[in-house]
Design a protein around this ligand. Structure first.
Ligand code: FES
Length: 145
């Protein structure tokens, strides 16, 4: 990746994006490796990785369940949707299940407010998700429906 992208300080974001594209998060070892092999320091790389919300420093589940908590979705009941996922998956918002299958997270507006409340499983959008639909979504993901 470093050979392909480059070693200059302006390459911090493309390099971190490439690492995350490969591992789905940015392992600390990758930051150490980039720092050792480019003009960037660990501190700078870590600073960039923590500044931009697109970057993750923790491993994520095989699937990421994102519950929109933008205004429209919040008003339409996003809290109940997150609560249902928390109960079904046995995790709190922002956590990954112990089996590494799912990461649950709240996000800001996903850009399709007329479908509120909206849930995205990876890139697949589900519209008008209430508590029942959230429970069904988990069943479907588990192959039970
Ligand atoms: S507020 Fe949820 S999609 Fe816009």
């Amino acid at each position: 990746m470093i050979e392909r992208i480059g070693t200059g300080a302006e390459m911090a974001i493309p390099l971190l994006q490439a690492v995350q594209g490969e591992f789905r998060y940015i392992p600390i070892e990758a930051i150490e490796y980039i720092a050792a092999n480019t003009e960037m320091s660990e501190t700078k790389l870590y600073g960039v990785a923590t500044f931009y919300s697109q970057f993750r420093l923790e491993p994520v589940g095989e699937k990421i369940i994102r519950v929109c908590h933008g205004t429209a979705c919040h008003v339409a009941g996003a809290d109940g949707v997150t609560e249902t996922f928390e109960k079904r998956l046995g995790v709190k918002d922002g956590e990954t299940t112990a089996d590494g299958k799912y990461t649950l997270e709240s996000v800001a507006c996903l850009g399709c407010c007329s479908l509120a409340p909206v849930v995205a499983v990876d890139d697949e959008i589900s519209a008008k998700v209430d508590r029942t639909a959230a429970a069904e979504l988990i069943e479907k993901l588990e192959g039970g429906a």
